[in-house]
Ligand binder design. Structure first.
Ligand code: DC
Length: 216
């Protein structure tokens, strides 16, 4: 049983999806972390996207995601994947069809083991077209940039985040496969004027209703 939560960066998907998974007793799959993990390895091993070394890396990579911890071939890289350097390079990795095919396969494999809330860009459209409930979260770009700047902390300015965010939005929306677009049967949910608790409460109610309507 799969619930998908897709949407642009900075909309609060990860937090909302994690909290929903806890409330529903489902596993949580943060697929952005998987693209970030491959980006980290590609940079560390100096294996640029498309090179032979990169393709070898992709063949051998084993990604485990559990309770917010991200491991690659057994090594914990959770603290290394949310840096500015990864942010700048991850779109190039996410554009690569070989990467996408490999990750789609891994995501289906992970989720086949039970009930999952899967969060990303293409979960409702490509990875789990038969999901029981598909949600597409949106918020204005100003609200998203403000939220991201607060998350990063220090003296990060929302105006600076906004510039990088626009570039990533554009790239996410234009990617030939797995681009950021709501599934035709997704619920569009706009979060600007709602607190995080309200978003989680409303989505939980919506998902539970869908689950209750499922034949036994
Ligand atoms: O959600 P995030 O910011 O951690 O995602 C990191 C990058 O990975 C972002 O540029 C979009 C991409 N991504 C993707 O293409 N498909 C997914 N299912 C998840 C993330």
């Amino acid at each position: 049983m799969i619930v998908t939560i897709d949407g642009p960066s900075g909309v609060g998907k990860s937090t909302v999806a994690r909290r929903l998974a806890q409330r529903l007793g489902f596993g949580f799959l943060d697929t952005g972390a998987m693209y970030r993990a491959i980006t980290f390895c590609s940079l560390e091993e100096k294996a640029p996207v498309g090179s032979e070394a990169f393709n070898n890396l992709l063949q051998k990579i084993r990604i485990e995601i559990r309770d917010g911890e991200v491991r690659v071939n057994g090594r914990d890289i959770s603290g290394d994947i949310r840096t500015g350097r990864i942010n700048r390079h991850v779109s190039e990795v996410a554009d690569c069809p070989t990467v996408r095919n490999r990750l789609v396969e891994m995501q289906r494999q992970i989720a086949s083991s039970g009930k999952f809330v899967c969060e990303g860009r293409d979960q409702g459209t490509v990875v789990f077209p038969d999901a029981i409930c598909k949600i597409f979260l949106t918020a204005s770009e100003q609200v998203r940039a403000h939220r991201r700047a607060l998350q990063i902390g220090g003296d990060t300015k929302a105006e600076d985040v906004l510039i990088e965010q626009r570039q990533r939005d554009q790239r996410d929306a234009q990617r030939p496969t797995g681009r950021l677009v709501p599934a035709s049967d997704a619920h569009l949910f706009h979060c600007d004027d709602l607190s995080e608790d309200d978003v989680v409460d409303r989505l939980e109610a919506m998902i539970r209703e869908k689950i209750d309507r499922q034949p036994p």
